[in-house]
Design a protein around this ligand. Structure first.
Ligand code: NDP
Length: 505
């Protein structure tokens, strides 16, 4: 080991003479309150944890590059998409949704797929998942949904009853539940899965034309999944399988890559599709809007400090850049508020001063003071409000987004079940039909596994939804429940008997 050329100091820079022995009256103690080196050390340790993310707490991340292979100036003025060969530095953070920070990696759960692109016109964040859809289409349901995924207030245990109770009363969840319970619901790691922006966003170009857009990231490593028994075995061997896989593959120079694709929809087509193109529980069928390949994402650099660069990484859909806009998707709009708000709470008001969150372009704003404000001076100290007469930064009308064209000006709490374009079953049938016999069989048994301990009344409610997707879906799950030994679906002497009373946890 080489001798370190630096001497240790306190946080105020004062040299430390002895970091092995605290200050005491006698060699056996007691200690003195004036041992400020000891106090600083203990006080810092007390403050090492920040609030963990309410969702997506367990995460893994790395830095990389996005390389554009197709110019998109026809659709967007966003500089990241203009000029074939352009490379943009980026950060990715992947995660499970429900588990806490110490949760095991190899759990059946949706994986977060968050990307931050450090573009020349500011940070652009895409906060996606490894699935193209989500459990709900109205953000008013989001806190309730997440409560069902977290621990029961009395037992402090995860509650399959709560999950299926919520899902069976929210059939818009069927698409996502089917993906979650299928092979892709338990990827071996993040290199072997796709990412999806999931929401519908918009592109707008120099002519003020708007297009709706969906983003896809197709793994170049191929898909790999674990079955439930394999996942359980992996958790028994290591709780950090995904972290190990990502870290060491990058460390060994085996950089994971994803092919980046977009689906683009002309603005007025949104009124013509049989499905609501802004419904987060829907995909756009590829036959209608074929994916266009536009680039490659490569992760090639591990963080130097996990806490500083991944735990403090703050992704938010509110980080948009000129040429990329939102859409009427209600869940996206809630996230535009909610994600930035979560970071202000977790990290502090000026969380974008933290190096990993800091844009590479100059930043000029008038937000003043507040937690963690490290901006020492304005270019002109008199220009600390706007408008001013002292040469402070001003708005730039050149980057004005074109107006959003909407048909209606009626404000109401619209019942999302009354919109035909929100049909909860049609697209799930398309997905179910993609599965081969083996995939279907694993889907049924994964669902039966996940329903252990759930009262029969709730299961029956869910089975009705499965039957509307395909009668084989209901029959398959029912058979798997019998085979699984669920107490309400017992098999005796080769005969199937079903208990009529519910079975509570
Ligand atoms: P396509 O056959 O054109 O597209 C199928 C898509 O489904 C591909 O992107 C493929 O991803 C993905 N896929 C293939 N096998 C599975 C599987 N076992 N589990 C999950 N996804 C799988 O059909 P459509 O576009 O008409 O979509 C049909 C259904 O496919 C949809 O209802 C949706 O559930 C699912 N799907 C559709 C996507 C879309 O954007 N249209 C995206 C992802 C899923 P890959 O290329 O990586 O194999």
């Amino acid at each position: 080991m080489s001798k370190c050329p630096y001497h240790q100091t306190t946080t105020a820079g004062s040299p430390i003479a002895d970091n092995q022995n605290s200050l005491s009256v006698d060699s056996r103690g007691p200690l003195l309150l004036q041992d400020w080196q000891l106090i600083e050390k203990l006080a810092h340790q007390n403050r090492e944890r920040i609030p963990e993310r309410t969702v997506h707490a367990k995460g893994w991340g790395a830095f990389g590059t996005f390389k554009l292979t197709k110019d998109l100036s026809e659709y967007t003025r966003a500089k990241i998409f203009n000029g074939v060969g352009k490379e943009t530095k980026m950060l990715a953070r992947f995660s499970t949704v429900a588990g806490e920070m110490g949760a095991a990696d190899a759990e059946r759960d949706v994986r977060g797929f968050s990307l931050k692109f450090y573009t020349e016109e500011g940070n652009w964040d895409l906060v996606g998942n490894n699935t193209p859809v989500f459990f709900i289409r109205d953000p008013l349901k989001f806190p309730d949904f997440i409560h069902t995924q977290k621990r029961h207030p009395r037992t402090n245990l995860r509650s399959p009853t709560a999950m299926w109770d919520f899902w069976s009363q929210s059939p818009e969840s069927l698409h996502q539940v089917t993906i979650l319970m299928s092979d892709r619901g338990l990827p071996t790691d993040v290199r072997h899965m796709n990412g999806y922006g999931s929401h519908t966003y918009s592109f707008w170009n120099e002519n003020g034309e708007r297009f709706w857009v969906k983003f896809h990231f197709k793994t170049q490593q191929g898909h790999r999944h674990w079955t439930n028994p394999e996942g359980q075995q992996k958790v028994g061997e290591s709780r950090e399988t995904t972290q190990e896989d990502l870290y060491y593959s990058i460390e060994n120079g085996d950089y994971p890559k994803w092919t980046v694709q977009v689906q683009i929809m002309p603005e007025l087509d949104a009124e013509k599709t049989s499905y609501n193109p802004f419904d987060l529980t829907k995909v756009w069928p590829h036959a209608d809007y074929p994916p266009i390949e536009i680039g490659v994402l490569e992760l090639n650099h591990n963080p130097e400090n996990y806490f500083a660069q991944i735990e403090q990484a703050a992704f938010s859909p509110s980080n948009a850049v000129p040429g990329i806009g939102f859409s009427p998707d209600k869940v996206l709009q809630a996230r535009v508020f909610s994600y930035a708000d979560a970071h202000r709470y977790r990290l502090g008001t000026h969380y974008e001063n933290i190096p990993v969150n800091r844009p590479i372009c100059p930043v000029h704003h008038y937000h003043k003071d507040g937690q963690m404000n490290i901006q020492e001076h304005f270019p002109n100290p008199d220009a600390y409000y706007e408008p001013n007469s002292f040469g402070g930064p001003t708005q730039n009308p050149d980057v004005k987004e074109p107006p959003l064209k909407l048909n209606s000006n009626i404000v109401d709490r619209f019942n999302h079940r009354e919109d035909e374009g929100n049909n909860d079953y049609i697209q799930v049938t398309g997905l179910f039909n993609l599965f081969d016999d083996g995939e279907k069989s694993r889907l049924f048994s994964n669902i039966a596994d996940a329903m252990q301990g759930v009262p029969k009344e709730i299961i029956e409610r869910q089975l009705v939804h499965f039957s509307r997707i395909n009668p084989d879906y209901e029959t398959g799950v029912r058979k798997a429940l019998h085979a699984s030994g669920h107490s309400s679906y017992q098999q005796q002497d080769g005969h199937i008997t079903e208990q009529t009373d519910g079975h509570s946890e």
